[in-house]
Design a protein around this ligand. Sequence first.
Ligand SMILES: [Fe+2]
Ligand SMILES: [Fe+2]
Length: 249
Amino acid sequence: MHIVAELTLKALKPHGADAWRHYRQALTTACKKSPPPFGSKAYGDIYRDAAGDPYWMAMSLLANAQREGEGAGQLWDLASCTTNDPIASQVRQHAIDESGHSRAYIALLDLAFPGVVEKTLHAQLASLSPGYTRESPREPHGRSPFARPITLDDLIQMNIAEIRTLIHHMLQRPMLVGHCAAERHHRLISILDALLSDETRHIAYTGALIETFARNGEAPTVTGLVQERLVDFNEITRHELRQSVFVSV
Ligand SMILES: [Fe+2]
Ligand SMILES: [Fe+2]
């Protein structure tokens, strides 16, 4: 089994993924047919090489804060337009999580590189997060391409993106700990643990929904789309790698 499928299914075990026959099969086959570059040793080596530079790492944390904030907005729009309540509720929670992650990345930046962000800039960085809560108005942004009900295709793309996020997290963690002063390790690690738990849950709930679609007559579509979208995502990853970009959602 490809390392990406293996790591994913291991992380999903506590979420009940052993019973997700269709999802497991689709992911395993897709990873075998189109091995994700983010699972290769070369990818990890390039990341570690770049992330040893404190300036690069600080910029990477900022890029992640921005990407998490943008992702939160897109998920919020999808959730706001999805009429299936159980699905909408999970996607809304996902948006709230990513909104919190944007702030978490700024907190990581402050812990690993204290003083690097000036006070005046902090307010601007805080605004990268939309600050969603359960009480936020359930309305999409005007003219958003995500102001529409969520589809199986969206869930598959989200699932693959979250798997890459999990791999990024695993690569990032030891490098970030290495940049952080020992007296702040405890706080840094508690934020990283919370991020890891959330990102694993994002793979899990989208995986469970994909499995439900497959059991309800969409199994061939699931198999085909997981393969197709992994090919697309691998190409996106190669493109980002050429620019030394490692963003997460
Ligand atoms: Fe996520
Ligand atoms: Fe996230």
